[in-house]
Design a protein around this ligand. Structure first.
Ligand code: FAD
Ligand code: NA7
Length: 564
């Protein structure tokens, strides 16, 4: 029996997979999208914990390509909550009639490159196998949940859950709840549930710097201003470093000499709200300037000591490392600790030794609990890739390729020896607000596929049968990796353990998993590759003579205003 075929197969139905499907249908390709979830939404399907929200402001946490939606789709607050984003993505799917190409409750188990057919043989959890020309992975970079290996977890008699797989109908009212982890997710869930639970114990390893979000209802005048300026807004986003919709500072910390003025700048940012604005909106170099970074840390510590009334709790909640994890914001996190039912355990001085049938045992005693919430984050970037066996042209799997030094790619979309495998937010993509980064990837992938298809059609009419494949050249991957290393040089983020460099999961290698050269730098790099005739990709190059000249260096060479 002939194997079932599709032109393209997209794995994942979040922001990335949905837009990719739309673009591939515009190219008239036969496409199937699958997802393990039972509906579209990706991150926003899975992360249904109380308080889940985007910390990119609403007006830029959406697609920029549907101009009509930009004008008409409603949003009530300056930040969209989980249910809002899920409803928005479901709306996009319905509006563009995409659901009929989607298959849910289905996992990609393996994909093997077939050197004879020059296609991918994909195997799914429903037992089906398909032969597909293009395999586009939109697996998500913050999608595979990280469960810490704490002894005794299975003995707990109460309920255990992870924020990224939130159980339906979990009622926390009047329960004794423990939250392990206080990153972005922990901060959100703690802030939301503190008022409802009988007791809340926060098990915190490294306290985080977090600033107010500044969330509030949207006034009609603001929405009208946004609507009138959407073209300029997204132009600014794509020409910025982090793409969060505010103008990043060009003022280095040391250019402001007066301590009082520095304090005023921080105060103003604190009042305005938003973690990325606080980090990038007042000074251009908090990520690289130790003095500036330390000043921001002191400012936030001062705020913590003012907000949290109990000095012992304030001490435990005060971070002392660099301010160099993903910048956080919150809707009143620190003040929750003034509630008598909320406490914090600092694990660096009172570590968890086990989970027992009654709760969490730390070195200083047992914390009896009804529910334990893991807000322990993700095996980020390559986590979902390592779960699937993706075997390339030389028999090596992607996991084996990435294992020795950590994951690498060309522009975050392609890997040598994995022809026609195209990744959305693969390793070494931009560190930024994600919808515009995802659009950059999807647009590039769509152009590559369109180009390959037109070459294929040409060949068919010429009766030529050699395959047209999209594949990154090894030297292009190497040059891009170097580019990513250079862009991360001097960044304090490199010195601070978090998921960004892979230091949150035991055994994971430290590696440059992002391009820190900014969204603008990334868009320019892509444009440069396109202008040079898709340099760095086999078979697709228009002008081979240009290859020597550009040396696969996608760098724009442009200085960014803000350094990440
Ligand atoms: P995802 O939305 O993660 O979708 C990936 C999908 O792939 C999932 O549905 C998964 O089930 C599916 N999948 C994975 N492996 C397989 C397989 N083998 N077979 C079948 N299906 C598979 N980003 C921002 O820019 N700003 C924010 O404010 C922000 N807030 C966030 C808050 C939370 C709580 C989290 C977790 C993330 C946040 N992010 C934020 C990052 C967010 O992940 C991205 O913004 C965006 O939603 C990613 O979309 P995606 O389509 O790339 O991936
Ligand atoms: P993060 O930011 O990785 O935070 C995870 C938290 O869980 C963090 O506080 C960790 O402490 C803590 N953690 C992880 N493992 C353990 C163990 N074993 N014991 C105690 N504490 C632990 O994940 P989030 O989900 O909050 O956010 C991820 C991104 O999603 C975020 O940046 C947004 O982009 C959305 P640590 O700091 O490692 O000491």
């Amino acid at each position: 029996m002939a194997q079932k075929q599709f032109d393209a197969f997209v794995v994942g139905a979040g922001f990335g997979g949905i837009y990719q499907l739309h673009r591939l249908r515009q190219l008239n390709l036969s496409v199937r999208v699958i997802d393990i979830a039972s509906g579209p939404g990706g991150t926003w399907y899975w992360n249904r914990y109380p308080g889940a929200m985007s910390d990119t402001e609403s007006f830029v946490y959406r697609y920029s390509w549907d101009k009509e939606d930009l004008q008409t789709y409603p949003w009530t607050h300056h930040y969209v909550k989980q249910a809002d984003v899920l409803a928005y993505l479901e709306h996009v799917v319905e509006k563009h009639d995409l659901r009929k190409y989607m298959q849910f409750n289905t996992e990609l188990l393996s994909a093997d490159w077939n050197n004879t057919s020059n296609r991918w043989d994909v195997k799914l959890s429903d037992g089906e196998t398909y032969s597909v020309r293009y395999l586009v992975t939109a697996l998500g970079l913050l999608s595979k949940a990280n469960y810490p290996d704490i002894p005794g977890i299975s003995t707990f008699k109460g309920q255990i859950c992870h924020t990224a797989a939130w159980p339906k109908d979990l009622d926390l009212r009047n329960k004794r709840v423990g939250v392990i982890g206080c990153g972005s997710t922990g901060v959100q869930v703690i802030t939301d549930i503190a008022k409802d639970v009988q007791s809340l114990t926060c098990f915190q390893r490294h306290p985080q710097y977090t600033v107010p979000s500044g969330d509030r209802p949207v006034q009609p005048e603001y929405r009208s201003w946004v609507n009138q300026n959407y073209d300029e807004i997204f132009d600014q986003v794509k020409n910025s470093a982090v793409g969060f919709g505010f103008v990043e500072s060009t003022v280095p910390f040391n250019a402001v000499e007066s301590p009082q003025r520095r304090e005023e700048i921080f105060e103003d940012l604190w009042e305005q709200g938003n973690g990325f604005r606080f980090f990038f909106g007042g000074f251009s170099d908090l990520a690289t300037n130790r003095e500036g970074n330390a000043a921001a840390c002191s400012f936030i510590r001062k705020k913590i000591s003012q907000i949290v009334k109990d000095p012992e709790k304030a001490r435990k909640l005060s971070p002392h490392d660099h301010y160099a994890r993903r910048p956080l914001c919150d809707g009143g996190y620190f003040k929750q600790f003034n509630r008598p039912n909320v406490d914090v355990v600092l694990l660096t001085e009172d570590p968890i030794t086990s989970i027992t049938e009654h709760g969490v045992q730390t070195s200083r005693g047992l914390h009896e609990l009804d529910v334990i919430i893991f807000a322990t984050g993700f095996d980020a970037i390559e986590g979902n890739y390592n779960r699937v066996r993706i075997r390339g042209r030389n028999g090596m799997t992607l996991r084996e390729k990435w294992d020795p030094v950590g994951p690498t790619s060309y522009l975050g979309v392609a890997v040598p020896n994995f022809p026609n495998l195209l990744m959305i937010t693969g390793p070494q993509g931009p560190f930024s607000n994600l919808p515009p980064a995802i659009e950059a990837h999807v647009d590039l992938i769509s152009r590559l596929i369109d180009r390959a298809e037109s070459f294929r059609r040409q060949q068919q009419s010429d009766h030529v049968t050699s395959p047209i494949l999209i594949e990154a050249l090894p030297e292009a991957e190497e040059a891009w990796t170097q580019e990513c290393e250079q862009a991360a040089e001097g960044s304090l983020f490199k010195e601070t353990a978090s998921w960004i460099f892979g230091q949150n999961v035991p055994g994971k290698k430290f590696a440059i998993r992002f391009y820190f050269g900014g969204l603008k730098g990334f868009y320019q790099a892509v444009q440069r590759v396109i202008d040079a005739g898709y340099t760095g990709f086999t078979m697709l190059e228009e002008k081979p003579e240009d290859r020597e000249e550009v040396k696969y260096n996608a760098s724009s060479g442009q200085e960014l205003s803000a350094h990440i």
